[in-house]
Design a protein around this ligand. Structure first.
Ligand code: GDP
Length: 368
């Protein structure tokens, strides 16, 4: 094409269609002689990083690139959506590089949750997924909890090398990077630059750590299993907890069902009468019904009584898929990726978890 416009900051091709993609600039910016993308604009004027997401292809290039460098990798996950925010391909490119795993949004967890238990679970779950982090940290990027400790750990585990920060979209990576910038550059201004990722046209944020080494922020990667991709922006606000989760307890007999809005469903199929504890966004409506009526109720009332999703979003919303579990031991969590979890208290309990096709359900020993 003749009239491609490039950002004067990072060189990326400018587009005005999608705010969440690389190279976005508002249409008004095109009237100027020199066009700068929104990402560079924010960086330049506010020393602030904004996240953009990547295609899978670009992601593979990044992974290849990171794979061939000698660096510390800092991987950030959303502890409220551990599996949904996991980067499935990363372990194949890591080699013997150190990985520091950082769990964000610790402010959302109920105070009754022991952080050590969560850290141990994260270590075990990582191992099962093929990664063995050198260390695991819990932080709240938003509240500024644990940032100093992670900054110190980065300095320690990088052993004088470069650092790459990777993470799925929506885990809070930008918020985290903006905190790190303050930790590493203090009050100094204009220390941050962008550079092209080797072999690609992707620009990455470069925060100098010493004369020869930097911390690089890679663009956020889309994990297609994230619940976030199946709901609208406004629904995402409902399902994403904003503050500490208040557990909700339900006394159920067998053959009873709970609906979490219209996004997921939990059937207590058989077992002793018991209490189930739901750890979900305080704003998400929980509706109880009889198991035998549940399918009918969903068909008739999804989008109204059972929402989100709203009635105008149903066309794009995948059907719910059932996952059956026989819980042998008491105190087990059924985790609905991106929504939260339900603790089953009694052994010998049969449950079915229904989630949108593509979204994961996992079972773990209860964290609380
Ligand atoms: P990115 O897509 O990974 O760069 O994520 P952002 O930094 O844009 O954050 C995604 C969402 O998570 C935003 O709504 C943030 O307000 C929220 N968020 C980020 N960090 C935290 C945190 O520590 N706690 C909570 N509760 N929310 C956070």
């Amino acid at each position: 094409e003749q009239n491609k416009i490039s950002c004067i900051g990072c060189g990326v091709e400018i587009q005005t269609d999608d705010k969440t993609k690389l190279g976005y600039a508002p249409p008004s910016a095109l009237e100027k002689d020199k066009v700068i993308c929104q990402r560079c604009f924010k960086l330049k004027h506010y020393n602030e990083v904004q996240d953009v997401s990547l295609t899978d292809d670009d992601f593979l290039k990044i992974l290849h690139g990171i794979g061939s460098t000698d660096a510390l990798i800092v991987k950030i996950v959303d502890i409220f959506d551990f599996n949904g925010s996991w980067l499935p391909g990363l372990h194949r490119f890591v080699g013997n590089k150190n990985i520091l795993l950082v769990g964000n949004k610790v402010d959302l967890l109920p105070k009754s949750l022991k952080q050590n238990k969560l850290i141990n679970w994260m270590k075990d779950a990582s191992k099962e997924l093929g990664l063995k982090p050198v260390d695991v940290y819990l932080i709240s990027a938003e509240k500024g909890i644990g940032i100093k400790e992670v900054a110190e750990a980065i300095e320690h585990y990088r052993y004088g090398k470069d650092v790459y920060i990777v993470g799925a979209t929506n885990v809070g990576k930008s918020t985290f990077i903006n905190r790190l910038i303050k930790e590493f550059s203090g009050e100094e201004e204009d220390v941050i630059t962008t550079s092209h990722f080797p072999g690609t046209t992707l620009d990455i944020i470069d925060i100098p750590l010493d004369e020869a080494h930097s911390l690089y922020d890679t663009p956020g990667i889309i994990n297609h299993h994230q619940m976030a991709h199946f709901v609208s922006k406004s629904d995402l606000k409902i399902i994403t907890p904003k503050k500490e989760i208040k557990p909700k307890v339900f006394q159920l007999n067998e053959k009873q069902t709970l609906f979490f809005g219209g996004l997921a469903r939990f059937d207590f199929v058989s077992g002793k009468r018991q209490s189930f504890v739901c750890y979900l966004s305080n704003l998400l409506n929980i509706h109880r019904t009889k198991l035998e009526n549940a399918t009918d109720l969903y068909e008739k009332h999804v989008g109204e009584l059972l929402q989100p999703p709203g009635s105008n979003e149903l066309d794009d919303f995948p059907p719910l898929v059932a996952h059956e579990f026989m819980i042998k031991e008491g105190k087990t969590d059924i985790v609905f990726s991106g929504l939260g979890w339900v603790t089953v208290n009694e052994p010998q309990t049969k449950v079915v978890a229904h989630v949108p096709r593509g979204v994961g359900v996992i079972v773990r020993k209860s964290l609380i």
